[in-house]
Design a protein around this ligand. Structure first.
Ligand code: C2O
Length: 551
């Protein structure tokens, strides 16, 4: 449904190794067009994007448009071996899709191995031309992408973890728009400056593009008014701190109402897994008043640093994630066709008989794993799931992903070791076009309980409630927000708790759902929904593009 002034935007993305110097050392970093982070795409709701991706790197690559619904264009979604085979070195693929009814901040990233550590960028969707924001028009807008940097090749980091079965090394820095900032070695002169004029209001589009870490975000001495998340508007609320899981975006208004000076914008870990190692460093940018008196402007006077929450401050994280509401009553599905309960969590796989102990360096000579409903997801390697579905190729996947955990147990209690070992497989859950789904995402305390940012491709869902402990339908359904629940594409499942989401299966295709901590997806914390075509022409996935990469 093109309106008359909808535009088509053409872009070329050349994926290539580029020298990037951070933390005193230069790495041959995989980038798009030599930029880290990559180019920002800006479009209006209703526009079409055509992005020709050329792979000049030595790795397979795909690009995912995180949060774009891809109505009937699942072939452009991007997850490797799910909706396409990878773009091989030297090859290319053109992603084409239209933005339908989404406004706000999304982002794009590589969806192949750990390449998204450096291959990512902002995707900003403005209202249709002539439409305005449902809040006071800001004087400026700034995208702030929070990232994670290894003083190593991230592909080597994941390869080593996959070889040994141990946890991957934690990162060496967090970044804001690619820069670690003042608190790291050799980083001060490149610290990102966000200029403001006294009295003006700036729209900050904050994205957690980090690979493996939920992050707290603050600006010293300034309040933040949240107006959107994951390209959906929210009922505005004011807070001094944000918490974003990888994949999530939060749009906030900030008014320059403090004495003209320099204030740190800071990002730091929210690490909920007890005893699990994490990168405990702090990234900073600087909010700089243009009218700041001269002495304060030079590098001599230190900017004001915000007091950050403790790394394990779950109370602050929860207060934030439970503050979200949609701006008004939403068309929530009420008749539920599929009532699902999926456990999400870690696991340990016993060392296979005869395997070298060097490959079982996880806890007590095991290999780390992760699962949903005890199924540790394995990607195919010879066909994409979507292609196998469309062409009826047998043997690539089965559609018996369980609607409930195979065993009922005290998910968040002291789980018996006999329940720690998941099963590897490629199981999908089938939905007919238009069916309604309620899904309880239940965290487990297997190995360790921790917060999981769960992302569903191809959909926005409503978050009805979250809580701690085991979900109890008789007690917890009374907590559901059935009026104005927030709409998102990535839900935060609390540490040792649960989150309930609902959506209507109105977009045919194969849609990956996974933990957006790349360490966890590597271990299998994923599954996929197979949504069948409906009968109407607008209820069917389009035919695959002629240049779709095959395996
Ligand atoms: Cu942001 Cu499956 O990805």
């Amino acid at each position: 449904m093109q309106t008359t002034n909808a535009k088509v935007h053409y872009h070329d993305f050349v994926v290539q190794a580029t020298p990037v110097k951070r933390l005193c050392k230069t790495h041959n970093t995989i980038t798009v067009n030599g930029m880290y982070p990559g180019p920002t795409l800006e479009v209006n709701n209703g526009d079409t994007l055509v992005v020709n991706v050329v792979n000049r790197a030595r790795y397979n690559v795909t690009i995912h448009w995180h949060g774009i619904r891809q109505m009937r264009t699942g072939w452009a979604d991007g997850p490797e071996f799910v909706t396409q085979c990878p773009i091989r070195p030297g090859k290319s693929y053109t992603y084409r899709f239209t933005i339908e009814g989404q406004e706000g901040t999304l982002w794009w990233h590589a969806h192949s191995s750990w390449l998204r550590a450096t291959v990512y960028g902002a995707l900003i969707i403005h209202p249709k031309e002539g439409d305005s924001y449902p809040f006071t028009t800001p004087n400026r807008e700034t995208a702030l992408l929070l990232g994670e940097w290894w003083d190593a090749n991230p592909i080597d980091v994941v390869r080593q973890a996959t070889r040994t079965g141990a946890a991957p090394n934690v990162s060496d820095a967090y970044t804001i728009n690619g820069q670690p900032g003042d608190l790291y070695n050799c980083s001060t002169k490149d610290t990102v400056i966000v200029p403001v004029d006294s009295g003006e209001t700036n729209l900050l589009r904050v994205v957690n593009s980090a690979l493996n870490q939920q992050l707290f975000f603050k600006v010293a001495n300034h309040k933040l008014t949240v107006v959107g998340a994951d390209a959906s508007y929210v009922k505005p609320f004011t807070t001094s701190v944000l918490m974003l899981g990888p994949g999530q975006t939060t749009d906030v208004l900030i008014t320059a109402d403090q004495p003209p000076a320099r204030y740190y914008i800071a990002g730091q870990a929210y690490a909920s897994g007890q005893g699990a190692p994490f990168d405990n460093t702090t990234t900073t940018a600087i909010l700089e008043y243009k009218s700041a008196p001269c002495p304060a402007k030079g590098a001599t006077i230190k900017p004001v640093m915000p007091a950050m929450p403790a790394f394990n401050d779950t109370a602050t994280a929860t207060a934030f994630t439970t503050s979200f509401r949609s701006p008004r009553q939403v068309p929530l599905p009420t008749e539920i066709d599929h009532n699902l309960l999926f456990t999400v969590g870690l696991g340990l796989i016993n060392c296979p008989p005869g395997a070298s102990s060097s490959t079982c360096q996880g806890p007590n000579g095991t290999r780390f794993a992760a699962s949903m409903n005890n199924e540790s997801f394995v990607l195919p390697s010879n066909f994409s799931l979507l292609q196998a579905h469309q062409q009826g190729i047998p043997g690539v996947f089965t559609t018996d992903f369980p609607a409930n955990p195979p065993l009922t147990f005290d998910y968040t209690g002291n789980v018996s070791r006999s329940l720690w070992q998941p099963i590897k497989g490629t199981k999908l859950y089938k939905l007919k076009y238009g069916e309604t789904v309620q899904l309880v995402l239940q965290g487990t305390s297997i190995f360790t309980a921790e917060n999981h940012p769960i992302h569903l491709h191809g959909y926005d869902f409503y978050i009805l409630a979250e809580g701690f402990g085991n979900f109890d339908p008789s007690r917890d359904t009374t907590k559901f927000n059935l009026v104005d629940p927030p709409q998102r594409n990535t839900a935060s499942v609390p540490v040792g708790g649960w989150t309930v989401i609902r959506f209507v299966a109105d977009n045919p295709g194969v849609w990956l759902m996974h933990c957006h901590l790349d360490a966890h997806i590597t271990w299998g914390l994923a599954m996929a929904f197979l949504v069948e075509n409906g009968l109407g022409e607008l209820q069917k996935i389009e035919p695959p593009p002629a240049d779709l990469p095959l395996c």
